[in-house]
Write a protein that binds this ligand. Structure first.
Ligand code: COA
Length: 169
């Protein structure tokens, strides 16, 4: 993908594990898109964390969802988020705050990121109320136990979940 000419202070990063991406994440990204001209979705590659979908699979899914959004870019990252932000000329980190319980962890992370790189700003967005209970683990659990997840994830994620669980059987 071509590097955008969007000024650094307007390039935003939305980081996460996205294992898998849910409608809650999509909601934040679509609303973030109205505020920032360029959003880089940064998919955490953490060799220590066991994920259902590989990094390549998670990236492929997200790219498919946003294939018609030319200002949304998807990349893997490892190591420090703020270093990745610097490397990709981004100054804004978008984070979703689903509930009060998210606050302490997010507050700590934002302050630590700021300490490591004071030029990076964290912006918090609240997902729609209907997604405040949502998490990737819950989606996987509900799906694995035969529950319906079609209201919780994009169609492509539901399809990939079917394929994945079929293979794991
Ligand atoms: N809608 C639905 N679910 C959401 C959501 C939303 N808007 N926002 C978060 N979630 C869910 C996620 O799916 C995830 O669910 P899971 O735990 O069941 O997988 C959970 O909430 C936690 O999400 P998040 O806090 O985004 O964690 P993460 O692992 O996805 O991402 C990073 C965390 C990548 C931002 C953070 O670990 C990081 O920056 N790592 C890099 C290392 C670094 O720089 N460390 C220093 C920072 S202090």
């Amino acid at each position: 993908m071509k590097k955008s000419r969007t000024p650094m202070e307007k390039r935003a990063i939305y980081p996460g594990s996205f294992d898998p991406i849910t409608n809650g994440h999509v909601d934040i990204i679509l609303r973030g898109e109205k505020l920032f001209p360029h959003i880089l979705i940064a998919v955490l590659e953490n060799p220590k964390k066991k994920t259902l979908f590989s990094t390549a699979e998670r990236i492929k899914i997200i790219r498919e969802i946003f294939k018609d959004h030319s200002h949304i870019e998807v990349r893997a990252f490892r190591g420090l988020l703020v270093e990745f932000a610097k490397k990709h000329y981004a100054r804004i980190v978008i984070r979703g705050l689903r509930a009060v319980s998210d606050f302490e962890y997010e507050f700590q992370m934002a302050l630590m990121n700021k300490k490591i790189n004071p030029t990076v700003e964290t912006i918090f967005m609240m997902p729609s109320v209907k997604y405040t209970f949502l998490s990737s683990s819950l989606v996987k659990e509900v799906f694995a136990l035969g529950g319906c997840v079609s209201d919780l994830v994009p169609l492509v994620v539901e399809k990939r979940l079917h394929e994945k669980f079929q293979k794991l059987k």
